[in-house]
Design a protein around this ligand. Structure first.
Ligand code: SFD
Ligand code: AMP
Length: 638
């Protein structure tokens, strides 16, 4: 395909009843569930993913644990746990809803072939037959999960039918209804492989494109650049497209800064919880014990129960050491494995060592590369831990996202938690789950799948109740084409002005624009270079610079389809970044110490800020508006 034909793509228009945008955990859950509710109804359903569903999204490389499985636990306790971990403010209706439904998804994963570890003697029993899983923590169970995503994808593909799945199409924007601006009627995007633009019309859609990675300058550089903990192909599309469609966002000030094995970004859960490893400072001290008194300051310990402290607080205690020159922080893998091996046979010890490697081979292969490349044998040498660059997400230990209507049957649910169909945003017809659904973290892979199923059921009801909707787009095909392919036109118009293709006063390459975004966010919005600290003055600078960046984003060039993808991913990142910055600016307290600090408001201030911060974006003016929204306790402390 020549670069010149790129500006004039073939246009493919399709009308369906329900469009699933994304092909990750929530999307696959929805696809599976829709089959059930669509029996004898013949609704037209389509799934569109920018990648290939078999290996797309956060679970692409696999996982070693399912982090949300109730089993013998009461979902009310799960709500208490999530509330504590996220410093008091969560939508308890949404969290409870996930808790009461999540196990069925896990049982299905096992039925579809996912190997779930069982306790001795129960190896041949499935979970539904009473087989007891190997728990790493109260909520987490261990799996052999290299093929987790293909297994979940296979069930989704079978349910929907291959013909109803469109892979390699990147959705750029939602389109409002011409006759009803409070409702979405369509979505538009382009093939990342062929010169084709896609325009969908629908009655309802599930927007589940994951969270936002590479918004901040990553710690990885040079040949490691591109390595991050969360998937780099989560580019903020969910938040940006929802915001542009007018949907209210919530808790976008929240972010996740995970403590990870340094440079390879290997997760720590299995090491802390299953292998019972301890982390220590440069002097071999247990900094969590040593720094426990820090939780008395600024009210940070308000939600600590017994020894259980929120994920951000564990970071807070670790960062204190690093900021005070007491790093590196080491994960003592050596003692952990030696303790476990004490009562083991040589064969069992070999197996244990294999598990230590498999934990990463199953989900973060790059960490094994680091171990191999640096001659680290975990039973002989400790590994460094490091807090990563921030990620925006709503399904792991973070709660950024879209403000969604919750279930209708929970006692005490206030009206502002429930205004329509479950998991529908404030824009009619626009549903979300997984990383998209705000104020309800700790869904993880299983909860995101279950959430997709909850949303699917509600979408079918919405479509049936609104069968008279005839979606009409408020943008013409030509307008959409001009907007989506603008980076290509910019390139074609100006490329001959200079002899060096990447240097041109009329355009900026997506890669360079991304560096600019990451530098602004890193230096002014509490990235790693300021040890996650910011204040009103820094945010003021960020606001100005992001405004100019947004203006300049219209000058991004695309010399091929790959760059067109990168250009739009970066545009989505900018909007997600702007929302994050505006929310941090609005919330004048430090709610999540260890994730970020407002140095001008260092206290956790329950009196003024035990509330949600919600925002809306006006795509015509480019302005954001933030407001406080009341938080309500539904589950009493047990
Ligand atoms: O170890 C467009 N997660 C863990 N969950 C667990 O249950 N256990 C773990 O062990 C977990 N850990 C973990 C996890 C993730 C990662 C990356 C690592 C380790 C290394 C979290 C879960 O994976 C996560 O919660 C869910 O996957 C979230 O689901 P969802 O559906 O919200 O997002 P997705 O799966 O990433 O899917 C996104 C999809 O959108 C597509 N997409 N399609 C069209 N147009 C666009 N513009 C699009 N933009 C994106 C993507 O291709 C994808 O299909 S551990 O750290 O704790
Ligand atoms: P991670 O590997 O860090 O993503 O963690 C996986 C799961 O284990 C998540 O549910 C975490 O909240 C939990 N977890 C990780 N480390 C700890 C810890 N030190 N104490 C308690 N829970 C943890």
């Amino acid at each position: 395909m020549s670069e010149y034909s790129l500006g004039n793509p073939e246009v493919i228009e399709e009308e369906v009843d329900i469009l699933i945008i994304g092909g990750g955990m929530a999307a696959c859950g929805a696809a599976f569930e829709l089959q059930r509710w669509n029996e004898n109804k013949n609704l037209r359903i389509k799934m569109v993913d920018k990648a290939a569903v078999d290996r797309s999204g956060a679970v692409a490389q696999g996982l070693s644990a399912i982090n949300t499985y109730m089993g013998e636990n009461d979902p009310a306790d799960y709500v208490r746990y999530v509330r504590g971990d996220l410093m008091g403010i969560t939508r308890e209706d949404l969290v409870y809803d996930t808790g009461r439904h999540v196990d069925d998804s896990v049982h299905n994963f096992e039925r579809w072939g996912l190997p779930i570890w069982k306790q001795e003697g129960d190896e041949d029993k499935s979970l539904t037959e009473g087989g007891k899983p190997v728990r790493s923590g109260r909520w987490q169970i261990m799996i052999n999960g290299e093929s987790y995503k293909p297994i979940v994808a296979e069930a989704a593909k079978k349910a929907l039918g291959i013909d109803n799945i469109q892979e390699r199409v990147f959705i750029v924007r939602m389109v409002d209804d011409k006759n009803d601006p409070g409702r979405v009627a369509g979505a538009a995007g382009f093939s990342v492989r062929e010169n084709k633009m896609y325009v969908y019309k629908f009655k309802a859609c599930l927007l589940v494109c994951g969270g936002a990675v590479n918004v901040f300058r990553p710690r990885s550089v040079g040949e490691g650049s591109g390595r991050a903990w969360y998937p780099v192909w989560n580019a903020g599309s969910t938040y940006a497209m929802a915001a542009e469609a007018g949907a209210e966002l919530t808790l976008m000030e929240n972010r996740f800064v995970p403590a990870r094995f340094k440079d390879g970004y290997g997760p720590v859960g299995a090491w802390f919880l299953l292998f019972k490893a301890k982390a220590m400072n440069a002097n071999g001290e247990d900094y969590q014990e040593k720094n426990a008194h820090l939780l008395q300051e600024h009210g940070y310990g308000a939600y600590v129960k017994g020894h259980a402290m929120g994920t951000c607080l564990r970071n807070h205690l670790m960062m204190h050491e690093m900021k005070n020159g007491m790093g590196p922080i080491f994960m003592d893998t050596v003692t952990a494995l030696a303790n476990l091996a004490e009562k083991m046979t040589p064969k069992e010890i070999k197996h244990l060592e294999a598990e230590a490697w498999e934990d990463f081979l199953d989900m973060t292969i790059g960490q094994c590369g680091i171990w191999a490349g640096e001659n680290i044998e975990p039973d002989k040498e400790m590994s460094e831990l490091m807090p990563t660059e921030p990620y925006l997400l709503g399904s792991h230990a973070g709660c950024a996202g879209i403000w969604c209507s919750g279930p209708e049957d929970l006692p005490g649910t206030p009206d502002h938690y429930h205004w329509g169909y479950n998991r529908m945003s404030t824009v009619r017809g626009l549903f979300t789950e997984g990383d998209g659904c705000g104020a309800s973290g700790h869904k993880f892979s299983s909860g995101s799948h279950a959430g997709g199923r909850i949303a699917a059921k509600a979408m079918v009801k919405y479509v049936e109740d609104n069968s008279d909707i005839v979606p009409e787009l408020d943008r013409t095909i030509d307008e959409l084409k001009e907007e989506i392919y603008r980076p290509v036109q910019t390139f074609l118009e100006h490329k001959d002005y200079t002899t060096a293709i990447d240097v041109n006063p009329h355009y900026i390459t997506p890669k360079m624009l991304q560096f600019r975004l990451q530098k602004i966010m890193d230096e002014y919005v509490a990235g790693v270079s300021t040890w996650y600290q910011t204040n009103a003055a820094m945010l003021g600078v960020a606001e100005r610079k992001l405004g100019m960046l947004k203006e300049d984003s219209l000058k991004m060039r695309a010399k091929d389809l790959h760059e067109l993808l990168r250009a739009w991913e970066n545009y989505h990142r900018i909007l997600a970044a702007e929302a994050h910055m505006k929310h941090i600016q609005f919330r004048e307290e430090t709610r999540y110490p260890g994730y970020y600090y407002r140095t001008d408001f260092l206290d956790l201030d329950d009196e003024n800020w035990k509330c949600f911060v919600n925002s809306t974006y006006d795509r015509n003016t480019g302005e954001w508006a933030c407001k406080k929204v009341e938080w309500v306790e539904l589950i009493k402390e047990g």
